[in-house]
Design a protein around this ligand. Sequence first.
Ligand code: ZN
Length: 195
Amino acid sequence: MGTQLTVDEVSDALIEARRGLSTLPKEPLPRLTSTGVGLLHCRACRALLADSHSSATSATLATKPHYECLNCGDVFAWVVRVDRELQQLTTQLLSEPRVVERWRRGRAAELDARIEHGLRIRDWCQVPANRRRLQRRRRLGFLGGDSVAELLYHLALGLYPLVTERASLSGRVSSGPGSLAELTRVYDSCRDLAL
Ligand SMILES: [Zn+2]
């Protein structure tokens, strides 16, 4: 277990949890960039390639979508061809168990860390002295209109999708919660605390 949480960290996490929920149902904006943006580099100068969508003007929109190096101009390639190659490469990589396993471990470890953090927040709030500190903050208007119990409920709701995703990636990775039964208990205990 790392360092002790501070009331600031806990307040921020609870406010963040509520904000996360209120933005959850919104659909992400459709992306107008091509797959390789942020991935592909120029072979000559190593600068990231741009695609014609991201720097769209009426002139570039009139041409077929392409990648180009805006730095040295050495690279110019049609998006449709490059993206097809990227897709093939991704499919090929995903057929290799070692690659999938590495991805699974990375994602599971990330989820474990986030769930673990949520649990630390919950445990911190269960200590009466800490709870009083939070209540005081709330009375001073630092936590918005919600009660501490409501904020904890938001925290639990925010953890729920992480817990279900983690359960779908079978196998224990780090010291975090592993089995579905354990994860379900985590969720229930967050919810019970809040209600
Ligand atoms: Zn270049």
